[in-house]
Structures are given as structure tokens and as C-alpha cells.
Design a protein around this ligand. Structure first.
Ligand code: S3P
Length: 417
């Protein structure tokens, strides 16, 4: 599977504000990281072409070296790009930035970032009092602060840590539950003065003042992309599939916990550490699956895997229940509504709740006219459902997969042979 999307964004961003060169091996060559790279280039960072299988080099401009761009910064479909950029740019004194994105991104809530950044002194304006892009950032001197984030979101946490790098005084970020910690790991590796403490790693303290130094980053395969093959491998009769070099950071492995609960046959082979992130190979073999139940507690560890898990639920006898998942409603699409709508069109028995789904599995799904509704993870989840359904399906807007996994359709074709 291609490189981890979260780690790819961070390697580009941290490399751009470091001293010297950052070398990235395994960067995800997909639309979302390309949006981050384009924004950074527009502000003066030099980034070599991003092509599959090629090492990417970033020439950093230093902590305060990003220039005012002469046009709007386009974040495309990428929430991570926009939210992390807000934190990166808020403290660039005297410089002005405008951030926008596609129609999905312009509907996604940005208050969760702009409001805590305002506590540090940021000036961010936009529709609905700074909630929706296009957003204008007028760079200001920032002050460090103690900030409790309203949601367990790595995008919010990372935006605050980026702002904290050039603020006056230290910043503490306290999360309601631990979200993915790639920023903490990578910022420390780049030389930031960052401590993680408190119950279950929920308090992060960053003291400004240290410059970052360019590093070599090795990006593991994305467990969120592997998830489609893990579910497909568990469901397709006779399948025996190994997905190599998958990132197994414990803040991301909720999917494995749920697949274990379903009694899927999954083995982790060759566990190792690569450049500060745990990695392994995942072997899955076909076998019967049990229904699952999961809620708020596990959500940060599998937030992007709910669509494919709702497909898995359709193919096991009994009722599965997803709760505590209201965050899914503000992703690239309202993923609870879209999965309920699309799987219902295939004959699935799904009930949508405010914060989740109930799915009665075991009914044979039939082919249907499907639509990704522009969401990459929905496109790939529906592909797995369609492969297992009786009869043919068509999928409108299938090209959405390229946001995180440009080779998905050719890989699917290869695996079906
Ligand atoms: C991401 C964090 C998550 C995740 C997204 C990537 C990141 O979003 O859904 O795909 O790279 O920080 P939230 O921070 O909104 O939970």
C-alpha cells in the first residue's frame, strides 16, 4: 500500500520549516499530499517532484522563512492541509494568506482550529465567523497558552503545535482522548523541544526557541489504505493476502482490534521500528466473521476505517453497532449518511443514528448504481462491497480514490485475477 497520508503531510510541512534538507522515502504520491506540497512551494519552499517510487527532497526555509504567497493557497480536498496550514501560518507576523479548497473542504468546520488559535492571538477570518473557508489569515505575534481541545483530533492538535513553534512562551495541548501522535514523534525527531505526559499521553508541552533540522523520513504504508484489503481478504473465499510494510502506530490500529473482535484471521509478521514508527506485514486469510460493537473510546484509533468496517458488517450474521462516531459527519462527506444511503441501495439493512450505524448483516447484497459522493474512502469501501455483491455495480465519481490511493483501481484489478 502507498505511504501513510498523515505522515506524508507532516514530513513535507516540517521539512519546509527546517534548516537544511529533508529526504522523504515513501511519500504518498496522491492528491492530498500534493496539495500540501503546492501550498508550501507557493511560499518559497523547494520540494522536488513527487512521483511514485522516487525519493522526495525538501529544502527547508527555516522556522520563519515562509514568504507571503501572491495568490490564494488551494488545499484541494485536504482537511489536514488546511488545518495544519492555519497553525503554521497564524504566527507569520505581517504576512497575509488566504486558504481555500474544493466544495467539500469549504463545508468542513474550521472553528475547532481557528478558535483555539485565537486564544494564542491569531487573526483568522472567514464565513460564519471564521468557521468556513475561504479563510484569511493575518499573521500575528502569538503567545503560548494552555489549550484543552474540544475534540480528539490530530489535525487540531498538530495545528496548535505548529503555531506553538514560533509563539512567545510554551504551549500545552490537552486532548480529551489521544489522537494519532505522528506530529509529536516527528517534531521531536526534527529537534523540537516537546514533552508528552499526563494520563495516556494526552498532555503535550512544546517550548519554542529551538530551530528544526532537516531529517531523513521513511514513510510506512498507510494502515487506512491497507484496511480495504484486510476486509476484502477476510471476506473473499480462498483469499490469502499479505500487505507488507504497514504502519502499526498504536494510535492507528483500532481496525485490527475490531477485526480481532470479528475473529478475522489476521497475523502480524516481521514487526519492526522504521524511523520512529512501528511497522509490520499483515497477513489475512479468508474465514467467517462475527458482528462487532464499538464506540467512542476506540474512535480516534479507527476514525477513517468506519466506512470499510460498515461494509464488513454487511457480510457477517448478526447485528453490528457503531456508536460515538458523530465526527464522521464532518469528514470529506457525512460518512454515516453516505454509507447508509449507498449500502441501502445494495439491499443492506442499515439504520442510521445521530452518532453511528446499526447494521444487520447476512443478507446477500445485490449490484447497484453507486456513487462515492466525491469521498475517497467511500469509493474504495463501495468497491469492496460491490466485489462481494451478486451482480454488477457501477460507481460514479470513482476517481475520488486518488485523494489517498491513486493505484487503488489497478491494485484491485491485479488482486482479482
Ligand atoms: C488526520 C487526522 C484525522 C483523520 C484524517 C487525517 C491527520 O482527522 O481523519 O484523515 O493527518 O491528522 P481528525 O483530526 O479530524 O480526526
Amino acid at each position: 500500500v502507498p505511504g501513510d497520508k498523515s505522515i506524508s503531510h507532516r514530513a513535507l510541512l516540517f521539512g519546509a520549516i527546517s534548516e537544511g534538507t529533508t529526504t522523504i522515502d515513501g511519500l504518498l504520491p496522491a492528491e492530498d499530499p500534493l496539495s500540501t506540497a503546492a501550498c508550501l512551494r507557493a511560499m518559497g519552499a523547494s520540494i522536488s517532484p513527487i512521483r511514485a517510487g522516487e525519493i522526495v527532497q525538501v529544502e527547508g526555509v527555516g522556522l520563519d522563512g515562509l514568504q507571503e504567497p501572491d495568490d490564494v493557497l488551494d488545499c484541494g480536498n485536504s482537511g489536514t492541509t488546511m488545518r495544519l496550514m492555519l497553525g503554521l501560518l497564524a504566527g507569520r507576523k505581517g504576512r497575509h494568506f488566504v486558504l481555500t479548497g474544493d466544495s467539500s473542504l469549504r463545508r468542513r468546520p474550521m472553528h475547532r482550529v481557528s478558535q483555539p488559535l485565537a486564544v494564542m492571538g491569531a487573526t483568522i477570518q472567514g464565513r460564519d465567523a471564521g468557521n468556513f473557508a475561504p479563510l484569511a489569515v493575518q499573521g500575528q505575534p502569538l503567545r503560548g497558552a494552555v489549550i484543552g481541545t474540544p475534540v480528539a483530533s490530530a489535525q487540531v492538535k498538530s495545528a496548535l503545535l505548529l503555531a506553538a513553534l514560533t509563539a512567545e512562551g510554551s504551549t500545552s495541548v490537552i486532548e480529551p482522548a489521544q489522537s494519532r501522535d505522528h506530529s509529536e514523534r516527528m517534531l521531536r525527531a526534527f529537534g523540537a523541544d516537546l514533552e508528552v505526559g499526563g494520563e495516556l499521553g494526552r498532555h503535550i508541552l512544546l517550548r519554542p526557541g529551538r530551530s528544526l533540522r532537516g531529517q531523513t523520513v521513511v514513510v510506512p504504508g498507510d494502515i487506512s489504505s491497507a484496511a480495504f484489503w484486510l476486509v476484502a481478504g477476510a471476506l473473499v473465499p480462498g483469499a490469502d493476502l499479505t500487505v507488507e510494510n504497514v504502519g502499526l502506530n498504536p494510535t492507528r490500529t483500532g481496525i485490527l482490534e475490531v477485526l480481532e473482535q470479528m475473529e478475522a484471521q489476521i497475523e502480524v509478521l516481521n514487526r519492526r521500528d522504521v524511523a520512529g514508527e512501528p511497522v509490520g506485514d499483515l497477513r489475512v486469510t479468508h474465514g467467517p466473521l462475527k458482528p462487532f460493537r464499538f464506540g467512542e473510546e476506540i474512535m480516534p484509533r479507527l476514525v477513517d476505517e468506519v466506512p470499510i468496517l460498515s461494509v464488513a458488517a454487511c457480510f457477517c450474521d448478526g447485528e453490528s453497532r457503531i456508536s460515538g462516531a458523530s465526527e464522521l459527519r464532518v469528514k470529506e462527506t457525512d460518512r454515516l449518511a453516505v454509507m447508509a444511503r449507498q449500502l441501502t441501495a445494495m439491499g443492506a439493512e442499515i439504520e442510521e443514528h445521530a452518532d453511528g450505524l446499526s447494521i444487520r448483516g447476512g443478507r446477500q447484497l445485490h449490484g447497484a448504481r453507486l456513487d462515492s459522493e466525491t469521498d475517497h474512502r467511500i469509493a474504495m469501501s463501495l468497491a469492496v462491497a460491490a466485489m462481494l455483491a451478486k451482480g454488477n455495480s457501477s460507481l460514479a465519481r470513482s476517481e475520488a480514490a486518488a485523494v489517498s490511493y491513486p493505484e487503488f483501481w489497478s491494485e484491485l484489478e491485479r488482486l482479482r485475477c
